[in-house]
Write a protein that binds this ligand. Structure first.
Ligand code: FAD
Length: 524
């Protein structure tokens, strides 16, 4: 125990040792971006993560010559990455190559109909008209709605602090005018008559852990950002972005320590003073940033501390994003097979609302499924051995916080076989004969690998009363000197979202009180 009375030797010791230092817990993209920004501000940064490679959900694994990108595959709003690099005095395009995709992705339905999404406005109109001629004017109106919500929700709200009640009160009239109370699906339904188009323009919240029938219609902003800024593939996968971020941190003089787990945030004199590692060592710091899920941060890393807002009970009763079942698989001898299966495919099952309700509301693992299928080898053949392909198929499933959660130890293999059958019947005939590498992540994996409470894919669900001020704040409500970055804070999940959490954090963190060591200049 530290003697944290003012002026005690312990207090003077830890304050002096932490001066000018920042410790960031978690090398997810939000933690990496925060560490870069703190390094640029002159902090002596130590970034720790329990995994062996940086990137968190955005890292990759290698099996039998395949590179599997574990999580994010779609890069949108690349200017957020370019700004991050520029704010650190660097040029993103020198470190990472982004390739624009055309088309962006294809959506398929069980009746055999398809819808290709691209950045070409004329082609998009033609696609809408092909499915439903009467919906073209609704599509144009939807795009205008989307742009307004992008300007307000992303460029304005999403890039500035929302930790004072007044921040949210000020914008309530705009929320009202933009009908933020309405769900994404309800908004799409008001513009499109065709049920398939309603799905095609409302499913995007699933990529940030939200229920399209219940999250705020502000998230229709995705249609505008796709149309305006494109959908990109990072050469080397998102893991290459994470590696490049870690390199910037090292070049600033910061330290990136992998296989290092935080056990506790050290407090003294009523504020965060550092991090105790699982081996008992303490990293003293002037500020601590937690990129771990806020559920873990508040329930475990600040375990003994009395909470004002984020008590264990409150955490338990938040609405959490869904879990994910992800099957990573490789194939051999398939290059050139399935020529109409591109880089990104959304394969709908027979039900939309019913399935979403089963996942988010009933906590029930349904027999039917809708899949997102990733096939990066069509864009980047190097991800697979010669002649083969690399895939993942993702199925949203309930998180582990429901009563009677799914027993994944028993269910994982039967469920994987169901996924394989759906793929063989509807997308990749003959798949079974070509399978090579195979690995499955279930919500249990998310719980044990990323220490996400309830094994969620995307932390706190972005419902309207869990967004902006209502979300765990970027500057902790519980402990001075503690900051939160990543999917569970404002503005939220997704690659652009978590990068923006670091932009917001940068506006809230004070300058370092002292330089712990002589400042090391960023080396090009
Ligand atoms: C399968 C999948 C597909 C996705 N697809 C897309 C997409 O196409 N486009 C998009 O924009 N977004 C996508 N997302 C969302 C996006 O990937 C995430 O929202 C984002 O990467 C989360 O970043 P984060 O900063 O919150 O950190 P995380 O990636 O959650 O990383 C947190 C890190 O903290 C570490 N950690 C936790 N506790 C401790 C501890 N006690 N000590 C040390 N380290 C600790 C963990 O090991 C982890 O590395 C996808 C997500 C998934 C899972």
């Amino acid at each position: 125990m530290l003697d944290d009375s003012p002026g005690s030797e312990d207090m003077r010791g830890i304050v002096a040792a932490g001066a000018g230092r920042a410790v960031v817990i978690g090398a997810g993209l939000g933690g990496l971006a925060s560490a870069m920004r703190l390094g640029a501000r002159g902090y002596d940064v130590t970034l720790i993560d329990r995994l062996d490679v940086p990137g968190g959900r955005g890292s990759a694994m290698h099996r039998d010559g395949h590179r599997f990108d574990l999580g994010p595959t779609i890069i949108t709003v690349p200017q957020v990455l370019r700004k991050l690099w520029a704010d650190c005095g660097r040029d993103f395009d020198k470190d990472v190559t982004l390739a624009p995709l055309d088309p962006y992705y294809e959506i398929r339905w069980p009746d055999g109909s398809r819808f290709q999404v691209s950045g070409d406005h004329a082609r998009m109109r033609a696609e809408v008209a092909r499915l439903s001629p009467g919906d073209v004017s609704g599509y144009e109106a939807f795009l205008r709605d989307s742009e307004k919500r992008y300007s307000f929700g992303f460029e304005n709200l999403g890039r500035r602090p929302m930790n004072a009640l007044w921040d949210i009160v000020k914008v309530l009239p705009t929320f009202g005018r933009l009908r933020a109370d309405r769900s994404v699906y309800a908004h799409a339904a008001s513009r499109f008559r065709d049920e398939r188009l309603r799905m095609a323009f409302s499913f995007h919240p699933l990529f940030i852990g939200g229920d399209p029938f219940r999250v705020t219609s502000m998230y229709i902003l995705v249609s505008h950002l796709e149309a305006a800024f494109g959908v990109h593939y990072a050469q080397g996968g998102v893991a290459a972005i994470a590696e490049a971020m870690a390199n910037v941190i090292r070049s600033q003089g910061g330290t990136v320590r992998m296989q290092t787990e935080a056990a506790e945030i050290v407090t003294a004199g009523g504020r965060a003073r550092g991090v105790r590692l699982s081996d008992g060592a303490v990293l003293p710091a002037e500020i601590v940033v937690s990129n771990a899920d806020p559920g873990q941060t508040y329930m475990k890393l600040l375990k003994g501390r009395k909470k004002r807002r984020w008590t264990d009970t409150r955490m338990k009763y938040l609405r959490w994003s869904m879990g994910l079942f992800v099957w990573y698989f490789g194939t051999s001898g398939t290059r050139g097979m399935w020529p109409d299966v591109g880089h990104h495919t959304v394969l709908n099952g027979p039900r939309y609302r019913g399935l979403v309700d089963d996942i988010f509301i009933n906590g029930h693992l349904a027999d039917d499924m809708s899949l997102y299928v990733h096939r990066p080898s069509v864009t980047d053949p190097g991800v697979a051995p010669e002649g083969g392909d690399t895939f993942y198929a993702l199925s949203p499933v309930p998180h582990l916080g429901f009563d009677n959660p799914v027993d994944w130890a028993a269910e994982a293999e039967p469920y994987r076989q169901k996924v394989q059958k759906v793929l063989e019947d509807q997308l990749l005939p003959g798949l079974g004969k070509h399978l090579t590498a195979s690995e499955v992540f279930t919500p249990e994996t998310f719980r044990t690998r990323y220490l996400s409470p309830w094994g969620t894919g995307f932390s706190v669900e972005p419902r309207i009363f869990q967004s902006a001020w209502f979300r765990p704040h970027n500057v902790s409500e519980e402990l001075p000197g503690l900051y939160i970055a990543g999917a569970g804070t404002h503005p939220g999940a997704g690659v652009p979202g978590v990068l923006c959490t670091a932009e917001v954090l940068d506006q809230l963190v004070p300058d370092p009180s002292a330089q712990a060591e002589p400042m090391r200049m960023a080396a090009e």
